[in-house]
Ligand binder design. Structure first.
Ligand code: ZN
Length: 316
């Protein structure tokens, strides 16, 4: 992902420090108690373990053994589900590359579709350092795998829920419109051509939300009513203090869908770790992006909020 707007405190173009606003715990608890609808429970510990399994594959840049390992891991998790592999060739600054998106479909009784998406590969320019992207790719993929445990084995009462694991989110050389978001640009165009986009009621993207110090930005490129619905869901869970205290415009895998009129929300916490002279952008895109920086609790907060958002979307 990339932030569009620069912060005046930046040391570099991609450096910003955000503040974490903390809401009243008492108010949060009151909201939680007031919310009585029966619903699914998200298991953050299991999501964390899936993220660990993906990190154990090592670096997952396109063309690496780790990338193949992560793909095999995904295929194994969804071996008994409706899994589609979306293979395509991408023209990159490093030449033509074969990339693979994965789509897992859980059918619902309504005709609409709710898409939950993440990317699973790691940054190609960082292939020479041991960069495993615990937060940037693995955490969110683990979150989606765990969400599947809540969705499979039955026909959902509301809309279908599709999980999408994007390949090629990261730039191969340097971020630009042409060098980024390869998987999402490919799939959005494909689903535009075949009419699938018309069925999508909401597209929820997760990126870098495993951070132990969770502060999800309100993304100005996302759809306001859908962000409001996520905010409402977080309030129902008593977790609104983790959401939307800061605002910025984020370029991420939702953009090709936003541009085609699909309601989208990018749930992202780009303020990752302390910002120092040596690590001006915190742990983001450094070898420090490791499992000890993320938590099962943060995954549970986002996973539970997504389940509640699905619940609210199905009532619309
Ligand atoms: Zn990244």
């Amino acid at each position: 992902m990339r932030r569009r707007r620069m912060n005046s405190t930046s040391l570099t173009a991609l450096l910003a420090v955000c503040s974490l606003a903390v809401s009243s715990l008492a108010a949060a608890q009151a909201t939680k108690l007031a919310h009585t609808s029966a619903r699914l429970q998200f298991n953050g510990s299991r999501a964390y373990q899936y993220a660990q399994d993906i990190v154990n594959c090592g670096s997952r840049w396109i063309g690496s053994q780790g990338h193949v390992c992560a793909e095999n891991f995904l295929k194994k998790q969804f071996a008994k589900d409706t899994l589609e592999e979306d293979t395509f060739a991408a023209n990159t600054p490093a030449g033509m590359m074969t990339m693979h998106n994965f789509i897992v479909k859980f059918p619902g009784k309504k005709s609409g579709v709710i898409v939950l998406a993440s990317h699973y590969e790691t940054n190609y320019p960082l292939r020479d350092i041991h960069y495993v992207g615990a937060n940037d790719g693995a955490a969110t993929s683990g979150l989606l795998i765990e969400l599947a445990n809540d969705l499979r084995g039955r026909t959902l009462d509301g809309n279908s829920v599709w999980l999408v694991f994007f390949d090629g989110e990261e730039a191969i050389q340097q971020w630009s419109d042409a060098d980024s978001l390869y998987g999402s640009r490919h799939l959005a165009a494909k689903w535009d051509r075949d009419g699938t986009l018309k069925r999508i009621k909401a597209f929820l993207l997760v990126d870098m939300i495993g951070d132990k110090s969770l502060d999800i930005v309100r993304d100005q490129n996302s759809t306001p009513w859908l962000l409001d619905l996520v905010d409402q869901a977080a309030k129902h869970e008593g977790d609104q203090s983790y959401f939307f205290a800061t605002t910025n415009a984020i370029e991420d895998d939702h953009l090709p869908f936003v541009e085609r009129g699909v309601p989208c929300a990018d749930l992202i916490d780009y303020d990752y770790g302390p910002h120092t002279f040596l690590l001006p952008d915190g742990y983001h895109h450094t070898a420090q992006d490791t499992m000890d920086k993320i938590s099962a609790h943060s995954l549970a907060v986002v996973g539970q909020t997504i389940l509640e958002t699905i619940h609210l979307l199905n009532q619309k």
